[in-house]
Design a protein around this ligand. Sequence first.
Ligand SMILES: CCCCCCCCCCCC/C=C/CC(=O)SCCNC(=O)CCNC(=O)[C@H](O)C(C)(C)COP(=O)(O)OP(=O)(O)OC[C@H]1O[C@@H](n2cnc3c(N)ncnc32)[C@H](O)[C@@H]1OP(=O)(O)O
Length: 243
Amino acid sequence: MKFKSPPVNSLSLDFLTEFCISLEKLENDRACRGVILTSAVPKIFSSGLDITEMCGKSTEHYAEFWRAVQEMWLRLYSSNMVTVAAVNGSSPAGGCLIALTCDYRIMAENPKFSIGLNEAQLGIVAPFWFKDTFVNVVGHRVAERSLQLGSLHSAPEAHRIGLVDELVPEEKLKDRATAVMQQWLALPDHARQLTKTMMRKAVLDRLVAHREEDVQNFISFISKESIQKSLRMYMEMLKKKKS
Ligand SMILES: CCCCCCCCCCCC/C=C/CC(=O)SCCNC(=O)CCNC(=O)[C@H](O)C(C)(C)COP(=O)(O)OP(=O)(O)OC[C@H]1O[C@@H](n2cnc3c(N)ncnc32)[C@H](O)[C@@H]1OP(=O)(O)O
């Protein structure tokens, strides 16, 4: 599955809705046992949640948007398919979450590409299920430091801390992702799927049990004037960086 929402594959409500529909179609296709996620936009895997969806909108919109973010994560984290992220560009915040949610991550070894949960740098807080997914990949200590600092890690650093499983030259990313997929698909599906469920169930159940509370937390957090101001300033900073 190739993300193609220029300029930076931001995770808008439309993007998330389409992503979930595509994933569901593949999930229901008995002939499809695995999916490789990558980007058709040069140098960017995904810029994370679309900040404009979280700025100056109604409570109803925030609720709809956040439910779509939750849905994307629940579907991908619990997928029966083998999921491989071929990270061919930068991947902050929600983009990093997508990669973390897969079974295996391969990143292009370009030191200019960065990845991480940088929410703290925007003055926002990564929700508990972003944090849980991160902890399950890199461990508690690395996740704690990285989350508090809102670190964006260069590709070599991401590999060193275990955020990505391997680095390969950009031109070899597709072939390597295919080889990894073949390796994972060589196992019987039922054994791999049951093992995946066993490893991820507690974290999935936690969001399912607190889904509506999480939506309300998001709404009250994002609606605060101080948070709206931080997000506006961040967007302005992104725009100024260009000029
Ligand atoms: C007890 C505790 C309670 C806590 C409760 C918690 C409740 C929940 C809290 C809320 C959590 C919300 C979680 C959010 C997660 C996220 O994903 S937030 C998004 C974070 N994303 C970023 O920080 C990335 C920002 N973008 C960049 O760094 C760069 O754009 C890039 C590296 C991706 C690409 O750089 P470059 O190629 O140079 O492109 P640009 O010129 O910067 O960008 C082009 C264009 O796109 C716009 N844009 C970029 N990113 C975004 C984005 N994420 N959303 C919307 N728009 C984006 C950028 O402004 C440019 O627009 P213009 O062309 O100038 O119009």
